[in-house]
Design a protein around this ligand. Structure first.
Ligand code: PLP
Length: 420
């Protein structure tokens, strides 16, 4: 019997929990505490910046207090400002769009590839105008976007590329680490992310001047006396966070490898269940970071609603949730006239003209109605753990007629970790 209707769940043991830590992390934090250098002037932030940038194959790293302001700093350093257009995907966390609004620019929201949920290069091409200053591909769920196609377009039109790699630590495509392929890349260390210090973020780049600008914008606009200051912010990371990130990073390679291996296996297995379609990875992807394991669920083929499926899968003991709504349906855009910063008087009108309220991107809409997300820590388990996920999905499929008649609350949860 279905666990949703009072039967025994497939899975009663918990999956690995997140975050993972031990005495080495305790020692890293205590080392900072005892040093008395808790902020500016300590050695942990620069050490972490160098190590994280090098790990992804970039020359410079600029750490900051989260992965939203890193986007804002990068856009500012790239010279993006009022009136400029920035192309963003229709399936992402709201911060990708909010950062564009914060610098006074206009988010031009384009559709995604239905098989990867990443920004569709053809949709980007159609959206380019003389005002386009930047493209922000997002590596959704840790699955690298089609960077070859995006870099080719950007080069052709002289546009900057800012990779939002907030979910893709350690992912690799075409022989390169994500974040180091575009002109600049941004990561987040927020509590749910694959590398975590509660909060935090970093920018990586090979461009020395861009790195210097980002460093200044993060640090109250100061260049350390070397040049005239700019109008910046205090978006600095603390030494405690950098110390913890350094010790957490000791596990990143192994954890990333494990997620990728389990993710591939899970995709292979789930693909054999009718109406279950894991997202595609491009052939050039060497490593998927699997911040999320995402698959498409066909309500038509099962005769079961997505909400009921997710509730029933959760009842079987598998952590899962719905995913994003299309970006333009976020309240930020639906009510854009009111919620945009008053600092940019021209903005509400131009946003109004964009008519986010009437926007309809078929693939983003569909993703919002068919996607099931399983969080990354499930993939830190064993092969047996993966088999339990598959068994739970198979069980639901075999009982789909009973499931169609079962009663749920009618509303499955959206991913709390990213919406909080
Ligand atoms: C988490 C996330 C961000 C923002 O990072 P924070 O550190 O939470 O501010 C930006 N973009 C994407 C795609 C994210 O997943």
């Amino acid at each position: 019997m279905l666990a949703l209707s009072g039967g025994a769940p497939v899975r009663t043991r918990p999956f690995p929990s997140w975050p993972v830590w031990d005495h080495t992390d305790e020692e890293a934090l205590l080392e900072v505490l005892r040093s008395g250098m808790w902020g500016l002037g300590g050695s942990k932030v620069p050490e972490f910046e160098n190590r994280f940038a090098a790990y992804h194959g970039a020359k410079y790293g600029v750490a900051a207090c989260n992965g939203t302001v890193t986007l804002q700093v990068a856009l500012t350093a790239l010279g993006v400002g009022p009136g400029d257009e920035v192309i963003v995907p229709g399936y992402t966390f709201v911060a990708t769009g909010a950062a564009v609004l914060h610098v006074g620019a206009i988010p031009v929201i384009v559709d995604i590839d239905p098989d990867t949920y990443n920004i569709d290069p053809e949709a980007v091409r159609s959206a380019i105008t003389p005002r386009t200053k930047c493209i922000i591909p997002v590596h959704v769920g840790g699955n690298p976007a089609d960077m070859d196609a995006i870099m080719a377009l950007a080069e052709e039109h002289g546009i900057a590329v800012l990779e939002d790699a907030a979910q893709a630590h350690g992912a690799r495509i075409g022989g390169r680490g994500v974040g180091s392929i575009g002109h600049i890349g941004s990561f987040s260390f927020q509590a749910t992310k694959n590398l975590n210090a509660g909060e935090g973020g970093i920018l990586i780049t090979d461009d020395e001047e861009l790195a210097a600008l980002c460093r200044a914008y993060r640090n109250c606009g100061r260049f350390g006396g070397a040049r005239e200051p700019v109008l910046g912010w205090d978006f600095r990371l603390t030494e405690f966070q950098a110390g913890l990130l350094l010790s957490q990073m000791n596990r990143l390679e192994e954890q990333t490898r494990l997620r990728d291996e389990n993710g591939r296996y899970l995709a292979e297995q789930l693909r054999t269940v009718p109406g279950i379609r894991p997202l595609k990875r491009l052939d050039s992807v060497e490593r998927h970071a699997y911040h999320l394991f995402i698959f498409r669920f066909s309500a038509e083929e099962w005769g079961v609603s997505l909400d009921l499926f997710i509730e029933a899968l959760a009842a079987e003991g598998i952590p899962c949730s719905r995913g994003y709504v299309p970006l333009y349906r976020d309240p930020l855009f639906v009510t854009s006239g009111q919620s945009c910063p008053a600092a940019w008087p021209g903005l509400p009108n131009s946003l109004e003209q964009r008519a986010y309220r009437r926007m309809h991107l078929p693939n983003a809409e569909r993703a919002s109605e068919e996607a099931v997300w399983i969080p990354h820590y499930v993939l830190l388990g064993s092969r047996d753990d993966m088999d339990d996920v598959v068994e739970a999905v198979r069980k639901l499929y075999n009982h789909r007629e009973a499931l169609a008649k079962a009663r749920g609350s009618g509303k499955a949860k959206r991913y709390a970790g990213l919406e909080g």
